[in-house]
Write a protein that binds this ligand. Sequence first.
Ligand code: UDP
Length: 326
Amino acid sequence: MKALVTGGAGFIGSHLVDRLLAENITVVVIDNLETGRVENISHALANSRCTLHTTDISQPLSEDLFQNVDWVFHLAGLADIVPSIESPYRYHEVNTHGTVNVLEAARKSKVKRLVYAASSSCYGIPDVYPTPETAPIRTEYPYAHTKYAAETYVMHWSKVYKIPSIALRLFNVYGPRSRTGGTYGAVFGVFMAQKLAGRPFTVVGDGEQMRDFVYVSDVVEAFLAAARSNITQDIFNIGYGTPQTINTLVNLLGGEKIHIQDRPGEPKCTHADISKARAQLAWRPTIDFKTGVAEMLHHINMWKEAPIWDETSIAKATKAWFTQLA
Ligand code: UDP
């Protein structure tokens, strides 16, 4: 078996690479190392069955890379809300056009299956909790829109060119190797660096907002289940199914907190209805929040070099949020 993982040096991708190698599957990693890090896979690259190709998916991809590939896992992409508001064209190039490049290479080399890392941000502020896959699409910012547009391309290529494909709409994935540098992003990375530096956690609003946090190893199992299933041209939510408040996260991490300004367009709650994945992929999450957070604390030194955000730097970094989404 041979698998190709785009974004394989990134947070979720690198955990997937580890898991595939453990299954004795040969793994081709494609990553432009813009946000992915070689450190995430240096141990994997010691295995002769794993190779890294430093390639940008926003350019047409060489079919040679896809030769004899059975499964394609497409996780490469640009994350984060604010930079997507500032650079929508680049997000389109990477997330949407880049996906079309991956689909074209997959089509020409006749891969057996493709699994796409889609985003639950397509639901925007939903009406229904837990939110099923059938909920209306309400993309609120370019990141969400480009990831959703790419999902429609995956489904279309799957239909027309008969590439067996599944999209997994990921909720808030956390775990070791979640981004440690760069722009202001997901809450776990921000809080881990603050904890290490003994600085207060910057809690948005009253901290009673909830997110469906799902641990990375559970997400990796969902990718494997999707690759092994016979289902095609279909979409599944992947979350834990039990949302947690930011205040709960603060309590589990332990430390002082300050409250910063609420953000326009942020959902008060994300809550995945995971009954479809449970029933049709025979997948279920296993790592509860307390266990997952304890595991993060165990690896806290990973955030040693991460930027330490405070109220002032966050206000500066999130300016576009308030001007564009208010
Ligand atoms: N959050 C926070 N402080 C921060 C960054 C984020 O309290 O410094 C909160 C944010 O309001 C949201 C949750 O953490 O409710 C998750 O934010 P993240 O950006 O990780 O994911 P998303 O909002 O896209 O689901």
